[in-house]
Design a protein around this ligand. Sequence first.
Ligand SMILES: Cc1cc2nc3c(=O)[nH]c(=O)nc-3n(C[C@H](O)[C@H](O)[C@H](O)COP(=O)(O)OP(=O)(O)OC[C@H]3O[C@@H](n4cnc5c(N)ncnc54)[C@H](O)[C@@H]3O)c2cc1C
Length: 408
Amino acid sequence: MGGQRVLVVGAGLAGLRAAEGLRAHGYTGDITVVGDEAWAPYNRPPLSKEALHGDLAHEKLAFRVRSNAADVTWRHGVAATHADLAARLVRFDDGEVMGYDALVAATGVRARRLQIPGPPQTAAARRHVIRTLDDAVGLRAGLVPGAKVVVLGAGFIGCEVAATATTLGCEVHCVAIDPYPMVRPLGPELAAELQRRHEKHGVTFHLGVGVAEFVGDHHVTDVVLTDGTRLGTDVVVEALGSRCNDEWLDGNGLDLDDGVLTDTALRPVRDGAPVDGVAVVGDLARFPNLRFDDRALRVEHWSIPTDTGRRAGAVLAAYLAGDGYADAVAARWDVLPSFWSDQFDIRLQSYGMPGLADADGIRVLEGDLSDECVVGYHRGDELVGVVGVGMLRVVNGYRDRVGHPVVG
Ligand SMILES: Cc1cc2nc3c(=O)[nH]c(=O)nc-3n(C[C@H](O)[C@H](O)[C@H](O)COP(=O)(O)OP(=O)(O)OC[C@H]3O[C@@H](n4cnc5c(N)ncnc54)[C@H](O)[C@@H]3O)c2cc1C
């Protein structure tokens, strides 16, 4: 297999795990990973949690690279601008064009920004997002005791930042169009309980409203809501979801509606047929998961880069070896997404896809909502997800009951 090259675009967790997965499945040729951040792959979840309290040094967040991937070539600070899948070439913003025998697309997502008039979308203008280590460093400087912080969005990251900033002594207002924080993944009852716990710690919510205007010349001084409320602010955090980093794949006939549509072997799909020699991994991939059904979905959970990286490694190694490819492609693919979140003293642990549940399919399975509990999310009779509030061992016990693992 000498002389072959795998090009991995995106140097995050999924890119790293794909490189390790190729080696684990016997690929011995060249692997080059190119990423646009200055950093080697690092762990993002602490950026909205404990890392904001203390040391945001890269070496504390960096992933250990497994020994099988020690010979991978890394290029940091370089962005892919265009891939030509027919010619098997990728162009980068430093002018270089690299060819490949197999390609891994691992460019993840970026934070969605609010497109309304006002000061520029920069940390200097006190408008923050939190996706990268550099974002976190910029935000942390503003989270001083007494600072007025307006968090826009009450999803996982918005709620985590609200909790962290409150703990750091900031006065926090959290604004969201939804009726409850984290209502989409948790359902109304648990979400209402989460809101109550945040409020007990001092977070003020403004729910069911949007943002009308940012006021300020060089930096935001006030946020005006659609109901007319005006919130004075020192720091704005836009935690409004994500946009996929897929522009570099434009022009190849792929389905890029919400990330890159793939088959169960993580090969991108063009005109209904998979593109061999290419794999899409991590947050960027929209794949069918037969544990639930054949509908393709993107899942922005920390477990997915590892699962998809391993799968891509197996499929591409077999493809490049010219041996066992059909079997690798046909292998079962029924991953169990998992997610955790830390907010104040609350540890949420989720398995499966709670968002797939019927509106009337959400029930407390163990414990009590006002204390520690496990909530089950059902689609008809099928348990599609569980969320534990505390009760870690108990919620772990439900893992094998979630969805329909495919047999054979
Ligand atoms: C603040 C925060 C907190 C989180 N907390 C949790 C949590 O508690 N639990 C949980 O399960 N998950 C959490 N997540 C989600 C989890 O971190 C992600 O699912 C995971 O990082 C995805 O890995 P990835 O490699 O697919 O993408 P990323 O880690 O985003 O890596 C993609 C890389 O590609 C780079 N890139 C983009 N475009 C290009 C280009 N054109 N050329 C080259 N490189 C490019 C990006 O800059 C980035 O470095 C959190 C995420 C964030 C941001």
